[in-house]
Write a protein that binds this ligand. Structure first.
Ligand SMILES: [Zn+2]
Ligand SMILES: [Zn+2]
Length: 355
């Protein structure tokens, strides 16, 4: 049993709106159910920006080390017989308790006792992180460095996208309409295509849509400042060509904007399904009675249960979902600068930061 503490460093959020501060972090010795992971890379997510800017307070009191898209090596374990020792792992952003009724029903991503690194406890913008062992996902065998580092984003962006397709019960032959095709939405588009759906991607950025074209997403709609009515007409025409009836339309709202949410809702037809994946603190006005009239379904989708990660890694390993081309690696010392870039919409790639 490891009885020693780990002295490392972390990037702390001390004051919302102020730069993060790098300083010493002492992690307690892992309990029998915990391990220490030496961070190889940690992805920078919009949630981190929300915490850092003060828009959304993290659940844990400040100061707190942020970061929840972690890939790294298990260097110490509370259980000396832990099979994870010296393995390379993904630390899922959602770490379910594994013991409650929701966990038993395969809905660990909704577990009320879940923890999230960088939100409930110190996260991955650090040299090391202390986490529960059971939900970790071993990468076997680990790929070469750049591909390995890009797998950090599986911990949130890619797995969240995969879970959204499970939530929608997406099947081959369905039509997946993805509103907001950057980040998570881009992965929803790729995963839906890999699962045999025909995909329509909608975004305000032509650049983002063009990039997805290279990964088989061939139906793309640029918003071009148009309103819901006009967009609905164009998307309706495309979907008609896909010749799947409206009950096979699975709409994914990934933009996390009020406009995107209004469009996604307006696309619902008879017995269609909408999955809300994006986040905005803003409220929108919707006529919920449309759900009644269409006998339609709306789901929320949060994170991804660890047991679904193997399927996600399988799609990546087979080359059916590309991650690395959407990821850029940078040193963690640039964290504050990159948060600023993100706040000013200057990042087109998902950033993975190395300690
Ligand atoms: Zn995230
Ligand atoms: Zn649970």
């Amino acid at each position: 049993m490891t009885t020693t503490t780990t002295t490392t460093f972390g990037w702390f959020l001390e004051t919302p709106g102020a730069p993060l501060v790098q300083r010493e972090l002492v992690l307690p010795a892992p309990s029998p159910t915990e391990v220490v992971v030496r961070v190889r890379g940690c992805g920078l997510c919009h949630t981190d920006l929300g915490f850092a800017s003060g828009e959304t307070p993290p659940r844990h009191a400040l100061p707190l080390v942020l970061g929840h898209e972690i890939v790294g090596d298990v260097v110490a374990a509370g259980d000396p017989a832990s099979p994870l020792l010296r393995r390379t792992v993904i630390v899922p952003a959602v770490l379910p308790c594994g013991a409650c009724e929701l966990c038993a029903r395969g809905r660990g991503n909704a577990c009320t006792r879940q923890t999230m690194p960088g939100n409930d406890a110190h996260g991955g913008f650090a040299g090391h992180v202390l986490v529960a062992a059971a939900p970790l996902v071993a990468i076997d065998p680990p790929p070469e460095e750049k591909d390995l580092l890009s797998l950090a984003v599986v911990a949130d962006a890619v797995s969240t996208a995969y879970q959204a397709t499970r939530r929608a019960e997406l099947l081959a032959g369905d039509v997946a309409i993805v509103v907001g095709a950057g980040g998570v939405g881009g992965y929803v588009a790729q995963i839906a295509r890999a699962l045999g759906a025909s995909v329509v991607a909608v975004d305000v950025s032509r650049q983002r849509l063009d990039k997805l074209a290279g990964f088989g997403v061939d139906r793309r709609v640029a918003v071009d400042g148009r309103g819901v009515k006009e967009l609905r007409k164009e998307i309706g025409g495309i979907v008609k060509d896909a010749s799947a009836p409206s009950h096979r339309h699975k709409i994914f709202e990934c933009s996390g904007t009020p406009q995107g949410q209004q469009l996604a809702f307006a696309l619902l037809g008879r017995a269609s399904t909408l999955v809300q994946v994006g986040y905005t603190p803003q409220a929108v006005e919707l006529r919920l009675s449309n759900l009644m009239a269409h006998d339609a379904t709306v789901h929320g989708s949060w994170g991804c249960p660890p047991e679904a990660y193997a399927a996600v890694l399988g799609l990546i390993a087979k080359g059916e979902v590309a991650v690395a081309p959407f990821v850029e690696v940078a040193p963690m010392s640039r964290l504050n600068e990159l948060l600023d870039d993100m706040a000013h919409h200057r990042l087109e790639q998902r950033m993975v930061l190395t300690p």
